[in-house]
Design a protein around this ligand. Structure first.
Ligand code: PLP
Length: 390
């Protein structure tokens, strides 16, 4: 019998983190102890001032629809924040608020990329990029990120792979899953390469821009002419520990913002009103809590990198940003998928296979250090012990 599903569903990928989380939860239900280092979310609670702003908004009756592109208050706050942090002149009409930042990937690719056109994207990289490129019938052209380059991209490689059919280049810095960071010089090469191409856009995923430990967060929007060619994606999930609130945004030229808002009208209608007002507080209120979180992540990074390098057959570079390490596991003799399963079932440690982030992730694991130092140490001990038994 032919499938009941529309043909397009064959091309849609997924995010394995949610599948591993489900497997780990099933094991916990059976009474197994699992250390969760698979999912990419801060373990901290959302700061008090942000929660209070949401409660106040609920009590004040912000329980109705808002404009599809977002409430004027939050669009203004985002425009001010991006103007300040990226040194740009952003207007509220250039901001679209979405439930999480992820829909900005979905909507900008849907709005700009035709079947048969090419999209360059980082590999290993956030799996939704490749999934969405395939979903719209475009050709996914990987930009391999290599350990010997500290997982930063090679701009000359990008330049060589820009063709007449290229419609979009996806950048992500600091990067998930590797923690790699792109430099200003590298971005300049890419900006120069496409500056005369009216038909090429950049999707610049800057969701980890505040979680940077070395170097500086750089945005391609700073180069002449690039603001109008870029969809800058950012949000609240990682910086303010607000993953479950579903609040993010894209900054883009006004005509594209209108199309993305139209996609919002056709899908979600709008983002929850009280959540948006909590977002205003996040951007304009005290930044002490997010700053404290970064300091804490820094300490955890030291513990996990040192601990992994002490385990025989594993080597681990220090990530420059985000809250993931991407250790090389080729010395274990197991492939990435096999080792991640082995660690889940034998060590009680949930991590992700590097291949969950694309074919160039083979030979690596992605381990999140968005967990307490105590749990990270416990996971390290368990990994070491289980590999010795092997
Ligand atoms: N971009 C990257 C690189 C991510 O890792 C994630 C979440 O894991 C997102 C975007 C999506 O964030 P949000 O929870 O705001 O949709």
């Amino acid at each position: 019998m032919s499938s009941i599903f529309a043909d397009r569903m064959k091309t849609l990928g997924t995010e394995t983190a949610f599948e591993v989380l489900a497997k780990a939860k099933a094991l916990e239900k059976q009474g197994k102890s699992i250390v969760h280092l698979e999912i990419g979310e801060p373990d901290f609670d959302t700061p008090r001032n942000i929660k209070d702003a949401a409660i106040k908004a609920l009590n004040a009756g912000y329980t109705h629809y808002t404009p599809s592109a977002g409430m004027p208050e939050l669009r203004q706050a985002v425009a001010d924040y991006i103007s300040r942090t990226r040194k740009l002149d952003v207007k509220p009409e250039e901001v679209v608020i979405t439930p999480g930042a992820k829909p900005i990937m979905f909507f900008s690719i849907l709005a700009l990329v035709n079947p048969g056109e090419e999209v360059l994207y980082p590999n290993p990289g956030f799996p939704i990029y490749e999934s969405m490129i395939n979903f719209v019938g475009a050709k996914a052209v990987p930009i391999p990120l290599k350990e010997e380059n500290e997982f930063s991209l090679d701009p000359e490689y990008v330049k060589k792979h820009v063709t007449k059919k290229t419609r979009m280049i996806i950048l992500n810095s600091p990067e998930n899953p590797t923690g790699g960071v792109v430099t200003r010089e590298q971005l300049k090469v890419i900006a120069d390469c496409i500056k005369d191409r009216d038909d090429v856009f950049v999707l610049s995923d800057e969701i980890y821009s505040r979680l940077i430990y070395e170097g500086k967060d750089e945005s391609i929007t700073q180069f002449s002419g690039m603001k109008d060619k870029t969809i800058l994606l950012d949000g609240f999930s990682k910086t303010y520990a607000m993953t479950g609130w579903r609040l993010g945004y894209g900054v883009m030229r006004k005509d594209l913002a209108q199309k993305v808002a139209q996609l919002m009208t056709n899908s979600n209608s709008c983002t929850a009103a009280f959540t948006q007002l909590a977002g205003v507080e996040a951007l304009t209120g005290s930044q002490k809590e997010p700053e404290r979180m970064v300091e804490e992540f820094k300490k955890r990074r030291e513990v996990i990198v040192k601990g992994l390098n002490e385990i025989k057959d594993i080597t681990c570079k220090k990530p420059h940003g985000a809250f993931y390490v991407f250790p090389n596991i080729t010395g274990t003799g197991m492939d990435s998928r096999k080792l991640s399963d082995y660690l889940l079932y034998n060590a009680g440690v949930a991590v992700l296979s590097g291949t969950s982030f694309g074919t160039f992730g083979e030979g690596y694991l992605r381990i999140s250090f968005a967990n307490s130092i105590e749990n990270i140490k416990k996971a390290l001990e368990r990994i070491e012990k289980s590999l010795k038994k092997q």
